[in-house]
Design a protein around this ligand. Structure first.
Ligand code: PLP
Length: 225
């Protein structure tokens, strides 16, 4: 069973309360491995090192990418529980741990970028920073309530989404107009998924910048009304 603990690219959809705990129980009952895709949610995005921590559910495997190098250099990885690790370690003594033959396995540049990013996360306490900033970020996003065509606003950690009603031209058209307007006129590059605006500010975002982001998003929403 592979699941994003918070569905990111489908529009920032946090799991309902107790959902991940129930999944864990079902997987345990039937001997199914539970895998969290933490490519988006890992490395402080939800105010913890991993979403698994935030939701108090221990998966059998975690996949990760993006935040491990702060996106500077491509890198991905997987964390596994000991029984899975041990199952892969039944080879001869000299066998390489969890060997897999990617072209760029263990790339030195990516490893250096990752080690540097991890140092900055720790030294500047950025996961804690994201956690502390979450209420302010969410409050700021919620001020967009009541703007034209806004159907729903969601936020968790330093992520957020605003669903816009589709225009009469068809699904995704208002979203595309918002994408174009934001970039060319409002001075912000927004990510749109259909008619949903998806936001993931950097963990170093300041309160002033949050205000600026929300103002520009508001301008964009009004422009595509
Ligand atoms: C949640 C999620 N999982 C997996 C991926 C793919 O990750 P990668 O390109 O590192 O394989 C992405 C890419 O955007 C993603 O957002």
């Amino acid at each position: 069973m592979i699941v994003e603990p918070m569905a990111g690219s489908t529009g920032v959809l946090p799991a309902p309360k107790g959902y991940l705990q129930k999944l864990r129980a079902i997987c345990d009952k039937h001997g199914i491995l539970l895998i969290f895709d933490e490519v988006i949610t890992g490395f402080g995005r939800l105010g913890f090192a991993f979403a698994a921590e935030r939701y108090g559910v221990v998966p059998d495997m975690i996949t990760f990418a993006k935040g491990v190098t702060s996106g500077t250099v491509p890198m991905g990885g997987v964390v596994v529980r000991k029984p899975i690790y041990d199952a892969f370690m039944k080879g001869p003594e000299h066998a390489i741990e969890l060997f897999h033959g990617y072209t760029y396995s263990g790339h030195p540049l990516a490893c250096a970028a990752s080690l540097a990013a991890l140092d900055v996360y720790r030294d500047e306490k950025l996961f804690e920073r994201a956690h502390a900033l979450e209420p302010k970020w969410c409050d700021a996003l919620m001020t967009l309530k009541g703007l034209p065509n806004v159907l729903d606003i969601r936020c968790v950690g330093l992520t957020g989404a605003i669903d816009l009603a589709p225009s009469s031209a068809g699904p995704g058209e208002r979203g595309y107009a918002a994408l174009e307007y934001s970039f060319h006129e409002a001075g912000i590059m927004l990510r749109l998924s259909g008619d949903t605006i998806e936001l993931t500010p950097p963990l170093i975002v300041s309160e002033a910048q949050i205000g600026e982001i929300v103002d520009k998003v508001a301008r964009t929403i009004k422009a595509v009304a």
